[in-house]
Write a protein that binds this ligand. Sequence first.
Ligand SMILES: CC(=O)NC[C@@H]1CCN(c2c(Cl)cnc3[nH]c(-c4cn(C)nc4C)nc23)C1
Length: 278
Amino acid sequence: QREENPQRQWSLQDFEIGKPLGKGKFGRVYLAREIKSKYVVALKVLYKEQIEKYRLHHQLRREMEIQTGLRHPNVLRLYGWFHDAERIYLILEYAHGGELYRLLRKTGHLREKQAATYIASLTQALAYCHQKHVIHRDIKPENLLLDHEGRLKIADFGWSVQSSLKRHTMCGTLDYLAPEMVENKAHDYAVDNWTLGVLCYEFLYGIPPFEAENQKDTFRRIIKVDLSFPSIPNVSADAKDLISRLLVKDSSKRLSLQKILEHPWINKNADPTGTCPK
Ligand SMILES: CC(=O)NC[C@@H]1CCN(c2c(Cl)cnc3[nH]c(-c4cn(C)nc4C)nc23)C1
């Protein structure tokens, strides 16, 4: 049957391949340009044998169906895909600003206006995803990209799920896991709210809140919600208030996405255009 928006059949011959941009989960991502339109994209190349070996084709299919259907200024677009004998190619939006992670490592920590702007963008993107019944579950700085105007883009929906009922599968890296995921309990949308708290803390202090020497200690700190605020850098009381209302063990008591957007710290500091000029 015809697609919702008729995707023409792409092939490798339609693109000029540029420099490698980095490693995704199961393949490399290249800068590329569609020859006719000169449109610049990121081309994610995945090896079929890897996908089969790790039995990931259903997860990949889910990622592709989910990301193709999402249209939001803070969600990286998946324009289409094609394959050849050994590889699957995802035609992704190219984020000119690169990984937020690098910016964070370079600057150490973000200014409050910058951090609030990114948290507001992430919250709006998650509210959009949740109303489309999608839980990302893997929001971490490595999966956050920046466009040419410094606008945040959530990428890599590899672990996102079409949430019908509560999910039980383990996923994500340690620092960003909510207690109910660490304790392998049923979890739902509210895991993304917890992660927003972790990210907000990391944007402002440069380190995630429950960082520890090893996994066991990180797990223990998460389950205990062992949260403390360093005195350096000096962070506003409003910011700490928002973080404290997100890093709550009982997932039903975490601040809702709507309430985050109404929080005083967001209202005072977030740039409505999402770009937050220097
Ligand atoms: C979230 C994710 O999939 N990360 C792994 C891949 C690394 C490059 N990916 C990019 C993807 Cl999928 C899209 N756009 C990108 N832009 C860049 C980039 C730009 N600069 C200046 N430096 C970099 C790096 N990278 C991408 C994603």
